[in-house]
Design a protein around this ligand. Structure first.
Ligand code: PBG
Length: 326
């Protein structure tokens, strides 16, 4: 009781604040998402993601080395596929010589210690911009997960460390795990986007990969933003089916889910601070309305406080630079 308990004593100066600090960020907490495209010696800025680029594979190598040298240990790979290669079944997704497969091989050869994760979903390969095979207005589940399992296998054959299914089809973790086990890729991990909401915060990402849905929305497979109990069922299923890490996405609007899941389950929880969250902080700070670095770091420490073990964020590199200079 006051005056015996004065909570401000532990905030008196920077030394005691550092001693009393409950959570800390480290570059190895981050997963850096990376976009790449065909061509040579080119990088293109994504209009709605200032300071973020799509790279050709030759330049991607340098970017990954830079991230590794900053202390980041994991990259999440996204390929921008030429329109001419898109179809309804995502055939290009399982091409052993596709852009993703070549990226994995090249990065594993040139930056072998970077832990590589690859996106598993059909949307960048789909003429419809949907994460699954389309029949009329319907997104087919069971037909899609067969392709996703083949896609995961082809990434494993190229040398990926972990696959990251982001599609939200039912049963895909089990299908992928079974395929990897049967083919001898027993040490390839699965980070499941277990709790992925049908969110409006993905807009800039869909610009980055030119993957916006051609019709309708993703509400028949991604989760309703109003729900939380359903998230527990999703995580439960994915762990049963063989997921090593479970993810919540987006980040800031769903910190309650990060907390609940990390309390209730024992596997590591990751969180994805998505493109729209990045764009908001960039836009407001460009206008001088928010302080860029402080807002960025505050948004990131919130994920640790909520219980996230890993943070996928477009700020990975900028935040790591700041952390290294502290
Ligand atoms: C697609 C996928 C999306 C993101 C990651 N994988 C977009 C979507 O579901 O439409 C979003 C990432 C971001 O916004 O940063 N399977």
């Amino acid at each position: 009781m006051f005056p015996e308990n004065r909570n401000r004593r532990l905030r008196k100066n920077s030394a005691i604040r550092a001693m009393a600090q409950e959570n800390r960020l480290h570059p190895s907490d981050f997963i850096v998402p990376l976009f790449f495209m065909e061509g040579e010696n080119k990088k293109e800025e994504i209009a709605s993601m200032p300071g973020y680029f799509r790279y050709t594979l030759d330049l991607l190598v340098g970017e990954v080395k830079e991230c590794y040298n900053l202390g980041i240990r994991s990259a999440l790979l996204f390929a921008k596929v030429d329109d001419s290669l898109k179809d309804n079944e995502g055939k290009e997704a399982i091409n052993p010589n596709g852009l993703m497969q070549r990226a994995i091989k090249k990065l594993k050869a040139e930056v072998p210690n970077m832990y590589l994760m690859s996106d598993i979903a059909l949307d960048p390969y789909s003429i419809n911009g949907h994460d699954g095979i389309v029949d009329g207005q319907e997104i087919l589940n069971d037909e899609t997960i067969e392709v996703l399992a083949e896609m995961a296998l082809s990434h494993a054959q190229a040398g990926v460390d972990m696959v990251a299914p982001s599609d939200m089809m039912d049963g895909r973790i089990g299908a992928i795990r079974e395929k990897l086990e049967n083919e001898g890729y027993t040490d390839v991990g699965i980070m499941s986007y277990s709790v992925k909401y049908a969110s409006s915060f993905y807009g800039p990402f869909r610009d980055a990969l030119d993957s916006a849905p051609g019709f309708g929305d993703k509400k028949t497979y991604q989760m309703n933003p109003a729900n939380s109990s359903e998230a527990m069922a999703e995580v439960d299923n994915d762990i049963d089916e063989g997921a090593d890490i479970v993810m919540v996405k987006p980040g800031m609007p769903y910190l309650d889910m990060v907390k609940q899941i990390s309390k209730q389950f024992d596997v590591p929880v990751s969180v994805y601070q998505v493109s729209g969250e990045y764009a908001m902080i960039k836009a407001a700070s460009e206008k001088g309305w928010l302080d860029h670095d402080n807002t960025m770091m505050e948004s990131l420490i919130g994920f640790k406080r909520a219980g996230a073990k890993l943070i996928a964020s477009y700020f990975a590199k900028e935040a790591s630079k700041l952390l290294n200079n502290e």
